[in-house]
Design a protein around this ligand. Structure first.
Ligand code: COA
Length: 171
């Protein structure tokens, strides 16, 4: 099967949230969120990022039809609160999420945004969604469990032993 393609500027919604594809205008928020110590400390590359690095990444992202990243906006306030998205590797979509604005954490928003993504990926015939998670990242593990992700057998985990793989499998 060919990897699914995504409309970069597509928008989606749920009861409390809007998702809209990221643009270059979101650079300040994306760099700021990714550079919070509580976000980057569990990342595969655990350090803050610069605007220059983001601009290089964004230009590659725009050319990659298998990748979709969205800004999560809280409907009631209109505030941009985080990012969700990822890219397809064959039939598997590798997901990454952050609620970059700390006061919006613990409200179930990551699960709600993930439900939107699950509905989208179902229509794209993706077979699995995969997350590579640091074993100490309890908040993300908890939210992924609530979203229907299951920890994979350790022998299939990421090479780095500090990480585990969690997957959502479409029936
Ligand atoms: C991890 C994260 C994506 C979860 O999203 P969320 O919308 O807050 O998820 P939930 O509301 O379902 O809460 C999930 C867990 O977050 C933790 N949490 C709750 N309130 C929190 C708060 N105010 N601040 C930080 N973490 C909180 C709890 O451990 C909660 O687990 P519980 O269900 O057992 O109570 C989000 O909190 C986030 O981006 N945090 C930044 C730090 C981080 O760990 N990022 C992942 C780096 S890769």
């Amino acid at each position: 099967m060919n990897s699914p393609k995504f409309e970069k500027f597509a928008t989606y919604e749920s009861e409390r949230l809007n998702l809209r594809g990221i643009t270059i205008g979101d650079a300040d928020n994306l760099v700021r969120w990714r550079s919070h110590e509580d976000v980057y400390r569990y990342a595969l590359d655990p350090r803050p990022i610069t605007h220059t690095e983001h601009a290089t990444w964004f230009s590659k992202y725009m050319k990659n039809e298998q990748s979709y990243r969205a800004i999560i906006t809280e409907k009631i306030t209109g505030k941009d609160i985080g990012m969700i998205g990822g890219e397809c590797e064959g039939e598997v979509f590798v997901i990454s999420t952050n609620i970059g604005e700390p006061e919006f954490r613990g409200m179930g928003y990551a699960s709600e945004a993930t439900s939107i993504l699950i509905s989208l990926l179902k229509k794209k015939n993706v077979s699995k969604i995969r997350a590579n998670i640091h074993k100490d990242n309890a908040a993300t593990i908890s939210y992924l469990c609530k979203s229907g992700f299951i920890e994979k057998d350790l022998c299939n985990s990421h090479d780095n032993s500090n990480y585990k793989v969690m997957e959502y499998t479409f029936l």
